[in-house]
Design a protein around this ligand. Structure first.
Ligand SMILES: Cc1cc2nc3c(=O)[nH]c(=O)nc-3n(C[C@H](O)[C@H](O)[C@H](O)COP(=O)(O)O)c2cc1C
Length: 172
């Protein structure tokens, strides 16, 4: 069974999560390809598709939206899983908030999405320029300020557990 892990990442933390997922799937004997959505030309050959986007300013990265629009007709015939990388998930009720406000059911309509989750990412304010830092502060929709959420919060055990859990569905 072949699995595509397709990601959209601006500062690399979602890309690293995707690579890690690829390693877990490889350990479990799946044929896996981990690719940036910008480099994907064809998805026909994959049985399962796992999509992951960073959230910036409350939105999926534009290239993930474009990818879903471009491959909608093919994705309609696949099993699709989605994760979002963000910091809002760290706050109280963050997980529910992210799934309610950051997931995009209208974009995914008619696509058989079998699982959606959110993982905490990494926020390093030194990586982003002043204008983005400014808009992040203004647009972030949590109770905390992003300055108070700096750090690398990626929970590799939780990521592994999700991949293992969804891979048990692959065979069904
Ligand atoms: C410019 C910018 C805007 C962000 N906006 C949000 C946001 O609106 N909500 C949120 O939960 N996290 C937000 N984050 C946190 C990112 O989702 C987090 O840093 C993630 O790990 C970034 O993924 P990447 O390294 O793959 O780009 C933002 C981060 C940056 C740098």
């Amino acid at each position: 069974m072949s699995v595509l892990v397709a990601y959209a990442s601006m500062y690399g933390s979602t890309a690293e999560i995707a690579q890690y997922m690829g390693g877990v799937l490889d350990e479990h004997g799946y044929q896996v390809s981990v690719q940036n959505v910008n480099n994907i030309q064809n998805i026909d050959q994959y049985d399962q598709v796992i999509l992951g986007s960073a959230i910036h300013h409350g939105l999926w990265l534009r290239e993930m939206t474009a990818f879903v629009q471009r491959y909608r007709d093919t994705l309609n015939h696949k099993s699709v899983y989605v994760w979002l990388t963000c910091i809002r998930v760290l706050e109280e009720d963050g997980y529910d908030h992210v799934l309610t406000h950051y997931f995009r059911p209208e974009l995914m309509r008619n696509i058989p999405v079998k699982g959606v989750t959110a993982f905490a990412g990494r926020l390093d304010l030194k990586e982003i320029d002043w204008s983005q830092r400014w808009t992040l502060g203004l647009q972030y929709d949590g109770a905390k300020t992003p300055e108070n959420l700096r750090g690398d919060y990626r929970d590799w055990k939780a990521i592994r557990a999700w991949v293992q859990q969804i891979s048990t569905d692959f065979a069904v």
